[in-house]
Structures are given as C-alpha cells and as structure tokens.
Design a protein around this ligand. Sequence first.
Ligand SMILES: [Zn+2]
Length: 233
Amino acid sequence: MIVLRWKRIVALIAAALALVSLSVGVYCIAAAVTYPKPYATVVLDAGHGGWDGGVVSSGGHKEADINLSIVFAIKSELESRGIEAVLTRDSDRALGDDKRSDMKARSEIIKQANPSAVISVHVNKYSQSSRRGIQVFYDDTGYGKGFALTMQSVLNTYINDKYCKRQFSALAGDYYITKCAPKVPSIIVECGFISNAEDLSLLMSEGYRRELAVHIADAVQSCVSDEVSVVAE
Ligand SMILES: [Zn+2]
C-alpha cells in the first residue's frame, strides 16, 4: 500500500535526520572538549621574592621585582591568546621561610596546575658589565630541550640580534624548578644582565617588557599548539 510505504519512508527520513542531528551534537561536544578555552595552561614562575631579592644592580634594582614585572607582561600576552597563566607568586613575597621551603611551594603550584609548559623567569648578573643578552636553560634529563631550543631561537632572532648583536645557545643543566613536573617542558629564561646598563634600562622599560612578552608567547604558542594538534587527532 502506497500510504503505508510513504509512512515508512517518512519514518526512515525522520530516523536518518535524528541520527544526523545526534552525530552533529556528539561532534560539537567532542569539538568543545578538544578545544576548551583556555586551551592550555602555562605556569609562570617569577624567581625569588620577599626576603630573597635575587641579584641586585649597582643602583639597587632587585631581580625579584624585575622578574615579577616580566611575568605580568607574559601573563597578559598569553591570556590575550587564550592561554591560561598560573603564577607561582603575584606580589613581592617569598613562598617559604627558607630557600628549600620556597622552592618546594613553587613545585607544588606547578604540580597542581598540571600545565602544558613551565617558564621560570630570572635576570642574570656577571662580573664583567659588558655581558648582556637573554639565555634559556633546561634540564637535560627532562622534556624541556625542544621548548628551550625554540625559545632561544625566537629570542635570538627578535631580541638578542636586535639589541645586543649576539646569539646564545640554550644550555642544559641541573635545575630544581625544571624538574617539578617531569613530563612537562620546563625552562628557565634569564632575561638579561642586571649588571649591564643597557640591559637594565631595557628591563626597566614597560614597552620592552611587552615586546619581550610577545616573543616569549610566540614560542609558548608553538610549543602548546603542537600538543593541541596531537589531542585533536
Ligand atoms: Zn634568579
């Protein structure tokens, strides 16, 4: 009977449409899970703080304060790109009464954040005041090497070449902060020399810190987007 046949066809079409809309719904849910916002978390560790000022310039500028200002600039740049930034400290304070407890507290924050990458921000000091530029460090037993090489390459191209006409190589070593999350790319960025007048002047400039943050965020983004594309497959 033709009427019955039509009913069956309509039922089949309805069933097919239901299936399509269900699969579209499932796809949307899957897509939302694959690309959550923020799509990555990065821990930014401003080295030192409070009783531990880090290195100090001849004019009394403290490394701890400069580190924090740089971290704020990187945080703002990352957040503008949809990447969450978790800070180990957001004011001039230590995280413990001694170096050991301070570092342990930083380690706990890193573990809790379950991040895609860790960047510990520092500023260097050297006996020869002519020494300047940015250098990246990583733990040779960890996962930080690729991230460190990318970061160093970006900073050589856009900062070191521009401001001090010199290139650095990322250096491997044995650093507590880069071991806190063993499978997470973790690096230390020594953002310049407090003992060099030109570097110090740049580090004290908000415009320069923003410029630095843009390039650090570029390297972060290339590191974490590799991870996102793996998740998406
Ligand atoms: Zn330091």
